[in-house]
Design a protein around this ligand. Structure first.
Ligand SMILES: [Zn+2]
Length: 289
């Protein structure tokens, strides 16, 4: 693929940079779609479906190209480049983009916590932490089934941003896949014993009534335990998110497991078993830029 000489939206004519009106309309569409809440993924698919190629050789759009385009300050105009996007729209889009990502600096304790907590969503292997020739640490799937190599900071920041999602929509904590531990109360044990003692002596109606009582007692403790626990968890998530950082104690209280997919998306399994998906576009924008 050949590189563009000028940012998408511009051409050079007789040594002067001019707006390419066709491409500029696409740039404005991209900004307004993002401003309306469209994700990078959605916008990429609009662009590629519409056969609007990024380059004259017909190369496709991807999230990295889009992310860089949204950050490019030349679109509001400077000494060389005439403006394409209004400054208000540009600022609004970029503060929305930045608010999806908060830098979290990891300390050694947090890294220790992440060991054995991260698995690969694709193959189920553990993630291992390694160091490259430049002395930078990164994580990868132990089976190397995919090529993503997230850093400590990226993983922690992504966990933080998933927590933000939960703060905005607490119902996300209700999609728990594992059931909470059930332990029978003394009342339930007593009813069970009584039922076993009388089941061959009493009539059908009595047995039925006893069974319903046992079932309803079991059901009520399950439900109650779970909601109290989830409320408590929500409060912890909210407090940690508000504090703007993520220390090891907060992680231990909140995060049960972390899963990373082949596109670098970080999903978090919270302590109550609920899994909340992260956003792929964070990886596209931050790592390997
Ligand atoms: Zn894997």
């Amino acid at each position: 693929m050949k590189n563009r000489m000028y940012p998408f939206g511009y051409n050079c004519e007789n040594g002067e940079i001019k707006v390419n009106e066709y491409e500029a309309a696409v740039v404005r569409m991209i900004f307004s779609e993002y401003d309306r809440g469209g994700s990078l993924k959605q916008i990429v698919s609009i662009l590629n479906k519409g056969a609007i190629s990024f380059n004259s050789d017909g190369s496709l759009w991807d999230k990295c190209k889009l992310y860089r385009l949204l950050m490019d300050t030349r679109y509001v105009g400077d000494k060389l480049y005439p403006p394409i996007v209004e400054i208000d729209l540009f600022d609004r889009v970029n503060s929305a983009r930045e608010s999806k990502y908060v830098e979290v600096t990891p300390a050694s304790e947090e890294i220790k916590f992440l060991q054995n907590k991260i698995t690969c969503s694709k193959c189920g292997s553990h993630y291992v932490r390694e160091i490259n020739k430049k002395g930078e640490h990164y994580w990868r799937c132990a089976h190397s089934c995919c090529r993503v190599k997230p850093t400590d900071g990226y993983i922690l920041s992504s966990i933080y941003s998933v927590m933000g999602k939960v703060v905005r929509d607490r119902n996300l904590l209700n999609n728990s896949v594992t059931t909470t531990c059930y332990s029978p109360t003394p009342d339930i044990v007593r009813m069970n014993n009584e039922f076993r003692r009388v089941e061959h002596q009493c009539g059908y109606e009595v047995a039925k009534t006893l069974l319903f009582q046992i079932a309803s007692a079991k059901f009520s403790i399950c439900k109650e335990d779970k909601s109290i626990y989830t409320n408590n968890l929500y409060e912890k998530i909210r407090a940690s998110h508000k504090s703007g950082k993520l220390n090891v104690q907060q992680l231990k209280d909140i995060v049960k497991e972390v899963r990373i997919n082949e596109k670098g998306r970080v999903d978090v399994m919270f302590m109550n078993g609920a899994i909340v998906e992260g956003e792929e576009e964070l990886y596209a924008g931050k790592v390997g830029n």
